[in-house]
Design a binder for this molecule. Structure first.
Ligand code: 856
Length: 299
């Protein structure tokens, strides 16, 4: 299932800043930074500066729409639902494919579709070919869904195909690790209560946020999330959030601490949006947080 790792390059924000400053000087010859130059520093930045209230609200700043995808109209995965920001005036958006767990359908996670899309991402919540597909297959299907979304779907023109991510619950979370290992060009992965028999993910270079539940008895953090996190090299961007008192099914109902951290991770690594760094490092605290570990963004 896994291919050899390759080195991934990332355009640094400082390089983008230099380009923006050079452009300003070339055009105007002025030293004053004109209005709008802030956005030009990061061409992928979308939406207002983050606040805790924005991240914890039931919807982000972007209006969204959605449509269903029939399994008969695609190959390599089982269809699903696409959610997308309706705005076409702010450039393209990054995109994420999300897989449900064993025996479950997308409806088990569907609250996440509009929640993530409303922060400025195109989301496809997938159905798997079979509800019994194992993590490796779910990983392949997540990548097939991203390929369909960026190459063939009616929203392909709204997406920046260089800025893609994966997530999933349980065996779908295990699948998101498989996808990250297989496609190092992905910009982020967010395994939720991930389940996988493979405990070593030393080939993962994709920035990965693992979220586990303290009282998960199906994918116990001691046998799944924690060894997965530990096995990803410290040279990769990675974080581990363990939710206080949560069981295996925490991703299946609206979960504010989970959504807040997931959105911040996607914003930081899919959009290169450093405004979200305070939400990642030192990271969340409070009653909902049993534990948080991270490598903190490498500059
Ligand atoms: C909701 C993954 C031995 O493995 C299991 O029993 C097991 C059970 C459930 C899941 C899962 O994906 O649950 C998510 O369906 C492994």
């Amino acid at each position: 299932m896994r291919s050899p790792t390759t080195t991934r390059t990332r355009t640094s924000v400082s390089a983008l800043t230099r380009v923006a400053v050079a452009a300003v000087l070339a055009v105007g010859g002025a030293l004053a930074v004109p209005a709008g130059a802030q956005a030009a520093e990061n061409p992928y930045e979308r939406g207002p500066a983050p606040t805790t209230a924005i991240l914890e609200a039931s919807r982000g700043p972007f209006a969204t729409s959605s449509f269903s995808v029939s399994s008969l109209s695609v190959s390599g995965f089982g269809g699903g639902v696409v959610y997308y920001p309706t705005s076409t005036s702010e450039g393209t958006f990054g995109a994420i494919a999300i897989s449900p767990g064993y025996t479950a359908s997308w409806s088990s996670l569907s609250w996440l579709g509009p929640r993530i899309a409303s922060h400025g991402f195109v989301v496809i919540g997938i159905e798997t070919n079979s509800r019994f597909d194992q993590p490796a297959s779910r990983g392949t299907q997540l990548l097939a869904a991203l390929d369909w979304l960026t190459e063939r779907s009616s929203v392909r023109g709204r997406i920046d195909a260089t800025r893609l991510a994966v997530a999933g619950h349980s065996m779908g979370g295990g699948g998101s690790l498989e996808a990250a290992a297989d496609r190092p060009s992905l910009q982020a992965a967010v395994p939720l209560a991930p389940w996988n028999l493979d405990k070593t993910w030393s080939e993962v270079r994709v920035p990965t946020l693992i979220i586990g539940g303290e009282y998960d008895s199906i994918a116990s953090v001691s046998s799944h999330s924690e060894p997965f996190y530990a096995s990803i090299p410290s040279s990769s961007e990675k974080a581990y959030l363990e939710l206080n008192g949560a069981d295996h099914f925490f991703p299946q109902t609206t979960n504010t601490p989970m959504a807040r951290q997931m959105v911040a991770w996607l914003k930081r690594f899919v959009d290169n949006d450093t405004r979200y760094e305070p939400f990642l490092c030192p990271g969340p605290t409070g009653f909902a947080v049993e534990e948080y570990r991270n490598t903190c963004p490498h500059s």
